[in-house]
Design a protein around this ligand. Sequence first.
Ligand code: ATP
Length: 235
Amino acid sequence: MLLDVKDLHVSYGAIRALRGISCQIREGEIVALIGANGAGKSTTLRTISGLIRPKSGEITYQGQSLIKMPPHQIVNLGISQVPEGRRVFTRMTVMENLEMGAYTRKDKAKVKEDIKKIFQRFPRLEERKNQLAGTLSGGEQQMLAMGRALMSKPKLLLLDEPSMGLAPMLVQEIFAIIKEINQAGTTILLVEQNAHMALSISNRAYVLETGEVVLSGDAQELANNPEVKKAYLGE
Ligand code: ATP
């Protein structure tokens, strides 16, 4: 077990966003969290990253509790998040954004090599390496946000709605890249509204409704589940 989340409760003031979420991620998996707007998907990711403190519950990563750990230390342990809406540094170049992703690393010589690898995975970023990130298209910004997260060499990559706002062709491309990143050895926790795409690349999934897990299991089985089909796959 790489990550074990147990009975997580999170509130924003009076709003109870998470009402006892539990989920597990094994090394090497792609796991999806699916659900409607406001179900608590992003809150779950942000709590794992240490950006939000839960009221109660436990998060264990490789046997170590993350509950009281500051976000930078969580990054150092190998967990990196790509936030919703990309959030690249718009006034920095593509290259500078990638360098920022490696700022916690001490092996600066290897950082250069890794930037080369990112450019192999995302050739479009190399063509635009001196361009300001704010002038990239939405899909290119998504690639940059993923590239930047990969620069910290995460074991576990948390992706928040990678398909949001992208044209269908680009959605296919981004999901293909997610699969490649996984096959190269990175475990992935994926939050998606596009349940169809998410289930198609995941090993397992959790369905969230108003801060609770209502269904979970094998991704293919969930994709064939009549309730899931009706509520999330538009069938
Ligand atoms: P979406 O797909 O729309 O992003 P989500 O499943 O990721 O939805 P969350 O963003 O985790 O859902 O939100 C869960 C609940 O918490 C929602 O009711 C939302 O309004 C509320 N919420 C989220 N962030 C805040 C905040 N900063 N302050 C107050 N309430 C918040």
